[in-house]
Design a protein around this ligand. Structure first.
Ligand SMILES: [Zn+2]
Length: 206
């Protein structure tokens, strides 16, 4: 189910998210919704607080010449960073139409659980390293605007406060009504295979 993406600024986007104690069907259903929402919004990553859940869950799109796949991570954490900085233009589904250069580490190692509850370790560099740092930041209440100068951040805040007053929403196709309590997919057919299909091709920025 495609969920509504919360636009920054919003208190949930500044909150520290909680560890997920058990990877059960409700968690898998929410991860599936996040995957579907991210793909429908043409995003490269999504964190649970962006769809209203204060939980340490992220989805990240990985694109290669051979196709696209989505990493679904539970309680991910960065266990190693290579200090080499990398500047890259970033966007965020909670900041529609907004892009800024952000400096992050070029290489990171992430430890996480996958959607089956198994431990995984991901060594990432370049675009994927950037995306993982961006999404894991969200779990600690940090958005890309927190990486900008105070002046830029305040300008962005004013812009989005105004846009939200005018009713700005993500233009995902037909978001479902807000439902932050019941992460179940019900009988709706998944749109993930079709959305992934459309993404085959060379990688592009977040
Ligand atoms: Zn984001």
């Amino acid at each position: 189910m495609i969920r509504e993406v919360i636009i920054w600024p919003d208190p949930i986007l500044s909150a520290k998210c909680e560890e997920v104690p058990v990877v059960d069907d409700a968690v898998r259903a929410l991860l599936h919704d996040m995957e579907e929402t991210m793909l429908a919004c043409r995003g490269a990553g999504l964190a649970a607080p962006q769809v209203g859940f204060k939980l340490r869950l992220v989805t990240v799109l990985v694109r290669s010449e051979t196709g696209a796949q989505v990493l679904k991570l539970v309680n991910p954490r960065i266990v190693k960073r290579e200090e080499a900085p990398q500047l890259m233009k970033e966007g965020c589904l909670s900041l529609p139409g907004y892009y800024e250069q952000v400096r992050r580490n070029r290489h990171v190692t992430v430890e996480s659980l996958d959607e089956t509850g198994a431990k995984v370790e991901i060594g990432a560099e370049g675009l994927l390293a950037h995306a993982l740092q961006h999404e894991i930041d969200h779990l600690d209440g940090i958005t890309l605007t927190d990486h900008l100068s105070v002046i830029k951040r305040n300008l962005a805040r004013a812009k989005f406060v105004k846009a939200k007053k005018k009713g700005m929403r993500w233009q995902a196709e037909k978001p479902e009504p807000k439902d932050f309590t019941d992460p179940t997919t019900k009988e709706r057919p998944s749109r993930v295979p079709e959305l992934l299909e459309q993404l085959a091709g060379p990688p592009k920025g977040p």
